[in-house]
Design a binder for this molecule. Structure first.
Ligand SMILES: [Zn+2]
Length: 250
């Protein structure tokens, strides 16, 4: 159930039975030699739509640009400043809360968004706690963050499929999911050689590029396949759908 494909009257009807919204959030950033720049946004959106269909939950428009300053030394990458992303999340949630939604389940496709999303949740809660969000009687909202690749059985599946080569960025698993979802956009993988082991974290974009010259971190996405992507996608949807159903009750 995609918000953008409903009429206002349909949303009004939905709110009589549920006040929950799934919020896909990703990033628009380089994903190594053969990964799509939209990887984190399109995977989060596709998983969110499948979870929404499985659980009859409304899916909000995807926040497709995230906090990706460290990828800006690669062409095509885009970023919001952390402070901007906090405001965007606040206004997405605030708009829907205005209509009566009160539970927001964020399906995230980009690890680099994590700290900013959690900070955004605290800003939203603080506005309620201080009575500056619609006054003291404004109904409370609850927000949950779920990275799609971190389910209870996902680690074992990724290990079984890719051994220790999945890596931390431009992972085999996420590139495989995009190949499954968008076979018309599979890129031929250049000879990228085995992954460099992860040595140290990065600071700004120049530092990241110096440490990870082709963009990936400790991954070997040349091994990605659409078949593996289907297994990863299906497990993510199944695990998250179960959690969304529980979140709606809790
Ligand atoms: Zn990614």
């Amino acid at each position: 159930m995609q918000l953008q494909m409903q009429t206002w009257a349909e949303v009004e009807g939905y709110l009589e039975t549920s006040t929950m919204a799934i919020m896909p959030i990703g990033s628009t950033e380089q994903h190594g030699p053969n990964g799509l720049i939209g990887t984190d946004a399109v995977t989060a959106e596709a998983i969110a739509l499948a979870v929404g269909a499985a659980t009859d939950t409304m899916v909000a428009p995807t926040i497709a640009v995230g906090m990706a300053q460290h990828h800006m030394a690669f062409k095509g990458s885009m970023t919001l400043r952390p402070a901007t992303l906090i405001q965007v999340i606040g206004d997405y949630v605030g708009s829907l809360a205005h209509h009566g939604f009160d539970r927001f389940y964020f399906i995230n496709g980009h690890g680099g968004n994590g700290a900013t999303i959690e900070a955004a949740f605290q800003e939203i809660y603080t506005a309620h706690s201080l009575g500056s969000h619609g006054g003291e009687n404004a109904p409370s909202v609850r927000c949950q963050l779920r990275n799609w690749w971190q389910g209870p059985k996902m680690g074992a599946l990724i290990k079984q499929l890719f051994g220790d080569k999945d890596g931390m960025h431009a992972t085999i698993s996420e590139v495989s999911v995009t190949q499954y979802l968008f076979p018309e956009h599979i890129k031929s993988a250049p000879d990228m050689g085995p992954p460099e082991p992860f040595r140290s974290r990065w600071s700004d974009a120049a530092d990241y590029r110096a440490k990870f010259p082709d963009g990936r971190i400790a991954s070997h996405p040349g091994l990605a396949t659409p078949e593996a992507g289907k297994q990863v996608f299906d497990l993510a949807v199944a695990e998250i759908a179960e959690e969304v159903a529980a979140y709606a009750q809790g």
